[in-house]
Design a protein around this ligand. Structure first.
Ligand SMILES: C[S@@+](CC[C@H](N)C(=O)[O-])C[C@H]1O[C@@H](n2cnc3c(N)ncnc32)[C@H](O)[C@@H]1O
Length: 274
């Protein structure tokens, strides 16, 4: 059992959590309660609803689609162009990497990065089934990217940065690997409102952390951190607002105090050109 009082312990718990989901997806079981599985996770059916258009996913292996644990569709909003290099932070089963590879074409490249061996194995198998060449899955942590400075045009990510216990480090690393003028185009879970009203018990709940809730940043805090890391033109577009989940749901959204909401947002920012 991980020691969840340390950052490494929380990361290990997250790793175990997503390893289980990778194995389930590899056996073609849908990732129900995906970004969680406890009573305090974002409902996966709410997250998955309408994220990807049918014609986007018809050419992808079923396991890649079943393994989707995101809360948005960053590739649809990121304006990817042929020839670009894309990096997906926390690529999971690889759905957004495979979609990006198609968008950047053979002259471009899509990297996926994940720390969980089982997810990497699933993603590489999905790449093989999809027959896509301009893709590479890397093992690593989003707090320490195994890529050189100024080597990436677009950073995407789908429901992962909220899981990090050192988000400033993630943003600093994203800034480092982006080329001047490069774009940060990330879907994530965010809070909106007065965080002092959110019960400490929820924010300290490690199950809720691995379920993509407890680690979520408040929208204005996210933007402030992006600017502190050096990004410009930072903004958030709300793509979903979570309501309370049905009673007895295995993975319901927690009750939040008045004046606080939990949302999926598309977070954009750029690295200055000059
Ligand atoms: C909620 S899932 C999202 C997966 C994928 N982006 C998707 O949309 O299906 C989170 C993924 O991020 C990975 N992950 C979580 N924290 C990470 C970290 N600090 N460094 C690298 N990968 C991480 C997990 O292993 C898991 O595959």
């Amino acid at each position: 059992m991980s020691d969840t009082t340390t950052d490494e312990g929380v990361r290990e718990l997250i790793r175990e959590h997503y390893a289980e989901r990778a194995v389930a997806a590899g056996q073609a079981q849908p990732c129900s309660c995906g970004c969680g599985g406890a009573a305090t996770a974002v409902p996966q059916d709410e997250m998955a609803r309408g994220l990807y258009a049918i014609d986007e996913t018809t050419d992808l292996p079923a396991e890649a689609v079943l393994a989707s644990l995101g809360c948005g569709n960053p590739t649809a909003l990121a304006d990817l162009r042929p020839g670009e290099v894309v990096l997906d932070l926390g690529s999971g089963g690889g759905i957004d990497v495979l979609l990006s590879a198609r968008r950047v074409g053979p002259a471009g490249k899509a990297y996926g990065l994940d720390m969980t061996d089982e997810m990497l194995a699933l993603a590489r198998e999905n790449q093989r089934k999809a027959g896509v060449g301009n893709v590479e899955f890397l093992k690593g942590e989003i707090e320490s990217l195994p890529l050189p400075d100024a080597s990436v045009d677009v950073i995407i990510s789908n429901c992962v940065i909220n899981l990090s216990t050192d988000k400033d480090r993630v943003l600093a690393e994203a800034f480092r690997v982006l080329r001047p003028g490069g774009r940060f185009a990330v879907s994530d879970i965010l809070f909106q409102g007065d965080m002092s009203r959110v019960p400490r018990s929820l924010l300290d709940d490690v199950e809720a952390w691995s379920g993509c809730i407890a680690g979520a940043l408040e929208e204005r805090d996210y933007l402030t951190r992006l600017r502190k890391a050096g990004f410009v033109d930072a903004g958030v577009e709300v793509t979903n607002v979570y309501e309370g989940a049905p009673e007895n749901s295995c993975c319901g959204a927690p009750a939040l105090p008045d004046g606080v909401s939990l949302i999926s947002g598309f977070v954009r920012a750029s690295k200055p050109k000059g």
